[in-house]
Design a binder for this molecule. Structure first.
Ligand SMILES: Cc1ncc(COP(=O)(O)O)c(C=O)c1O
Length: 421
């Protein structure tokens, strides 16, 4: 974005200077030279900017950056991670369709899938992601149109076998959607393992500073929507001048349809200001992810050796059931979130958490500051006992999001809280 600079100092006039940071374009609207120019944009919305619900230059700069990080064909930012998950599916599914999801996913996503999408006539078939391939294949129905999983599940911290699910999804002619929130593209790039669409809650590590909620959908451009199973892509869209997405936009059909149909109608778009904050987070993402991994490795080993701890879930630990999958999909580290079951169940977990001084009790995760949460009383509160078990949640389970403080300070805080129980 070029800015004309009028020099205040005599004798020196810089030309074509650009701001060093992404500018905040705080404008909902754009000016055209003529009525015909406006009409042309409505005919093909990809030719220019229309209105802030569709696009904004600050948001677009961030979309391009995330798209490049994930290696996609296009990205669309949303106002939250929930909005990204919702639109990623509504772009494919209609009432009467079903999709398959791993049971071990974020509690809010389970609510969305099990209750709210059900009210819209869309059925979610939950499967045990660790089940043998044939059991997963058996869950498909003729109306199944997508498969969904979290690379590193919140808070169970199971590692999703992306290649196994990509293979099964593609055998059944449907795309694989991956929520890659916890690893971020710094630690895992799901498209390289066969995923077709990626969603993120950028509220987590990408923002990283607990300042701004957001989400993003990234399209690999690799999925073939022309099999006949997805008529919304191959038949004229009544709501958009009869556009046939696969014909007009080719490999970018999915992400353009998401913007032109769903963002237009649902309007869950991020503000320029929030994209600006997200961009600041992205600029330090690689260095932060490295440090989260280092701190969490030390803390997970400390917890594993503690006799007041029943079990530790951190796929980076050698004893973890998911260690092999972590080596494959997360070779540079497993991010900063650890969950562990404290001996003594729910009441001991609550006492331990209330004794922490450096780590704060927060409904947040993946922050630069260390924080804890009791999933059974918070994020997963709405789940039935059966769903809690399926989601890998125990009453004594504590989710610990290791921050970027000095790791010795984090360990000291945990030690004094263990002493208090
Ligand atoms: C893995 C995962 N996906 C999606 C979400 C939803 O994101 P948001 O809170 O930005 O709507 C969360 C929130 O914690 C999450 O952890």
């Amino acid at each position: 974005m070029k800015i004309e600079t009028k020099c205040l100092h005599a004798g020196y006039t810089p030309k074509n200077t650009e701001p060093r940071v992404v500018p905040i374009v705080q404008s909902t609207t754009y000016v055209y030279d003529s009525t015909d120019d406006v009409a042309a944009v409505f005919d093909d919305p990809t030719k220019s900017l229309i209105y802030s619900r569709f696009e904004n230059p600050t948001v677009m700069a961030v979309e391009e950056k995330i798209n490049a990080l994930e290696g996609g064909i296009g990205a669309m930012c949303t106002s939250s991670g929930q909005a990204a998950s919702l639109l990623s599916l509504l772009n494919i599914l209609q009432a009467g369709d079903s999709f398959i999801s791993a049971a071990t996913i974020y509690g809010g996503t389970i609510n969305l899938f099990a209750y709210t999408l059900k009210k819209l006539g869309i059925e979610c078939i939950f499967v045990d992601a660790d089940a043998p391939e044939d059991e997963i294949r058996a869950a498909f129905k003729p109306n199944t149109k997508a498969v969904f999983g979290e690379t590193l599940a919140n808070p169970a911290l199971s590692v999703f076998d992306i290649e196994k699910f990509a293979k099964i999804a593609h055998e059944n002619g449907v795309p694989l959607i991956i929520d890659n929130t916890f690893p971020t593209p710094i630690l895992c790039r799901p498209f390289e393992h066969g995923a077709d669409i990626i969603v993120h809650s950028t509220t987590k590590y990408m923002d990283g500073h607990a300042v701004q909620g957001g989400g993003v959908i990234v399209d690999s451009g690799n999925f073939d929507w022309t099999s006949g199973k997805f008529p919304e892509f191959t038949e004229p869209d009544e709501s958009y001048h009869g556009t046939i997405y696969t014909k007009t936009y080719g490999k970018a059909a999915y992400i353009i349809k998401a913007r032109m149909q769903l963002m237009r109608d649902f309007g869950c778009y991020p503000s320029a200001q929030s994209a600006f904050y997200l961009n600041l987070g992205l600029e330090t993402l690689p260095i932060r992810m490295k440090q989260y991994c280092e701190n969490a490795k030390i803390v997970s080993e400390f917890l594993e050796a503690n006799d007041k701890v029943e079990s530790v879930n951190y796929p980076g630990l050698k004893g973890s059931k998911y260690h092999d999958l972590a080596q494959k999909y997360l070779p540079d580290g497993c991010a900063g979130v650890i969950s562990f079951v404290i001996k003594g169940g729910r009441s001991t977990a609550v006492k331990f958490m209330d004794s922490l001084k450096l780590a704060s009790n927060e409904v947040h995760v993946a922050d630069i500051r260390t924080c804890v949460l009791h999933p059974a009383s918070a994020t997963h509160r709405q789940l039935t006992d059966e769903q809690l078990v399926a989601a890998g949640i125990n009453g004594g389970l504590i989710r610990l999001s290791v921050g970027l403080e000095n790791v010795e300070d984090i360990l000291d805080d945990l030690k004094q809280a263990f002493a208090a129980i």
